[in-house]
Write a protein that binds this ligand. Structure first.
Ligand code: AGP
Length: 609
């Protein structure tokens, strides 16, 4: 988490820093701060709260300098406050640093520094780095940074400036993202590309252990031993507007509406609509190759984990391979029985989630073949997995994941069809039927998004509730999990998802008069059983909003309200059924006056454990 920016050139640094930070607020927004070298001295301006609070603070008093660094914080060590905001300096104020990640041995280092007489002015782990710079300074910033790297442990992107060397910024990273943007007579540093895209498209991605010395006229990269590293520069081909709101009130709504395009883009080159086949040119697997795989592990966090659960249904039912799905933060601590016959699929929108990356690395260590499913080209997952399937959702800015989720579901369904055909577990006819159904999905989503008035009404009517429940069986249960997460994270309504048959084993005690229960009923093989569970909650006077297919005339007899989705196949249903849940969460959050795109305590990219 946390967003980092840096600028060196001949223009004013502060406006770039503030603009870049605004593009990175999705990474954290507990506080914001910048540091520049003004008249030869480090000047730090920072405060708790959103970037706007910093902008207000700087009004009429903007720092003047052509070199600077900035930071938006997602608090880990020390509560959000002015004093814990970044940048941090040493006691003399001559060395300044911004950091994304966690310095795991900061307490031991802090004690050593305190014993030497150093006084700390924050509760952060980061401050030790600034003091270490001062403590270890040998007259050369690069060599001092290397010394600091030898004593700190943990994960980090770090950006340094100091008064002694006014013509450079130094940055380095381990397990947290950092990109360099190359301009003409100016260069840029950022945690993510949207921060620099308005200024340059020429960029490269820093790898772990690399140290970059960034000056106005160039960037020099080396490793800790001083070996020079040649970085491959690439051109960002995104449209800058793709990362802006484009007329929508919130990024989340924009991203919900981008789902038809995201689906089409993710199918391009993979779905052959005429022949009704799936290919993955980037995998190019053969049936012989797959014979050795006797188990699949899917590992991910949050929404991506929910996509993994759907993926398990797909892969087990269509490709007949046993699949285990793990929450990434649990995976490596349970001694998973992964070996050379395992395929480990990690799913991550950002490709930078710390726990997911750790799971990927652990799987590789254990000899598994690895496959990343990610939305970000060049992300750590993309670089480290043996193979990668990109979802082409485009940049997802809202913290609440929507289009990334549906493209992940799509990727998993396409993968299951592909593997099912290769393994001979999926008949050609069934595969054709599945692919035929996929081709209609973008248009069906588009149609669903044309009229959302009914959902707005439900959100207004039930948006003030304190609890809500989501029920479903089979694939509907997997989607219910995502529906509950969406509602929780942006509207702060306590929401829980249950396999519908599980409710009576305890949770039914919570169903009282007026509690909204959203029941998904798209799975034909368990439909009757789901309806029975629906009636169990109705008997306790819950308000039931059911989600079913157009043409289903039964649901309305039992539920208080029904949201109809276009008729599709059972495996395609999750791709459509999640839409009303995303919209319900969005409009409930609006009703409650929540900050939809930046929900409290959360950040888009979780790069700490
Ligand atoms: C979902 O709305 C959240 N933003 C969160 O659960 C997210 O899916 C999770 O943190 C995983 O992120 P990733 O896909 O970037 O790895």
């Amino acid at each position: 988490m946390c967003g980092i920016v840096g600028y060196i050139g001949s223009k004013q640094a502060a406006p770039f820093l503030l603009d870049g930070m605004s593009k990175l607020e999705y990474r954290g927004y507990d506080s914001a701060g910048i540091a520049v070298l003004e008249k030869g001295q480090v000047r730090v301006e920072k405060c708790v709260g959103r970037l706007d609070a910093l902008r207000q603070k700087l009004e009429g008093n903007m720092p003047e300098s052509v070199i600077g660094i900035g930071h938006t914080r997602w608090a880990t060590h020390g509560r959000p406050s002015d004093r814990n905001s970044h940048p941090h300096t040493d006691s003399s104020g001559k060395f300044v640093v911004v950091h994304n990640g966690i310095i795991e041995n900061y307490l031991a280092l802090k004690e050593e520094l305190i014993a030497k007489g150093v006084e700390f002015s924050s509760d952060t782990d980061t401050e030790v780095v600034a003091h270490l710079m001062a403590d270890l300074f040998d007259g050369d910033m690069e060599s001092t940074v290397k010394k600091v790297l030898k004593v700190i442990k943990g994960s980090y992107s770090l950006v340094f400036m100091c008064e002694a060397e006014q013509d450079k910024i130094i940055c380095t990273k381990k397990d947290n993202p950092l990109v360099i943007g190359l301009g003409e007579g100016e260069n840029f540093i950022a945690s993510d590309i949207p921060a620099i895209i308005n200024h340059t498209r020429r960029t490269f991605i820093m790898s772990d252990g690399e140290i970059a010395t960034v000056t106005k006229d160039g960037v020099w990269v080396q490793d800790i031993e001083g070996t020079p590293i040649n970085k491959k520069v690439f051109e960002v081909n995104w449209n800058a507007e793709a990362a802006e709101k484009g007329g929508f009130e919130h990024f989340m709504l924009k991203e919900i509406y981008e789902q038809p395009k995201a689906m089409r883009d993710t199918m391009t080159g993979r779905v052959n609509a005429e022949e009704k086949t799936i290919t993955f040119p980037e995998l190019n697997w053969t049936s012989e190759e797959l014979q050795g795989i006797n188990k699949i592990f899917i590992v991910a966090c949050g929404t991506a984990y929910h996509a993994g659960i759907v993926g398990k249904y797909y892969l087990e039912q269509l490709a007949r391979v046993p699949v285990e799905v793990d929450i990434a933060s649990e995976f490596r601590y349970r001694s998973p029985l992964v070996d050379g016959n395992s395929l480990c699929i990690v799913i991550s929108q950002s490709g930078e989630t710390s726990d997911t990356l750790a799971a990927l690395r652990e799987s590789k260590r254990l000899g598994a073949r690895t496959l990343g499913v990610t939305n970000v080209v060049g992300s750590s997952v993309a670089r480290e997995a043996d193979q990668v399937i990109y979802t082409y959702a485009g940049p997802e800015i809202a913290v609440a994941s929507t289009k990334a989720y549906t493209t992940q579901l799509l990727a998993m369904l396409m993968l299951a069809i592909y593997v099912g055909r290769l393994r001979g577990t999926l008949a050609e006819e069934q595969a054709k039927e599945l692919v035929g159904g996929l081709a209609s999905i973008p248009e069906q989503i588009h149609k669903m998004l044309e009229d959302v008035d009914q959902i707005k009404v439900f959100a207004r009517e039930y948006g003030s509730c304190e609890d809500a429940f989501f029920l479903g069986r089979s694939l509907d249960y997997a989607v219910a999990l995502e529906g509950a997460l969406k509602l929780k994270e942006i509207s702060y309504i306590h929401a829980e998802a249950y396999a519908a048959g599980e409710l009576k084993h305890g949770t039914l005690a919570l169903i009282v008069s007026g509690v909204p229960v959203i029941v998904l009923a798209t799975q034909e093989d368990v439909y009757d059983k789901t309806v029975s569970n629906l009636q169990e909650v109705k008997a306790r006077e819950a308000v039931v909003i059911a989600i079913g297919f157009e043409g289903d005339t039964s649901l309305a007899k039992y539920a208080d309200h029904v949201i109809y989705i276009p008729k599709t196949g059972k495996y395609h249903a999750p791709l459509l059924a999640v839409l009303p849940l995303q919209l319900l969460s969005y409009y409930a959050a609006l009703t409650r006056g929540c900050d939809v795109d930046k929900p409290r305590n959360l950040a888009k990219s979780v790069t700490v454990e």
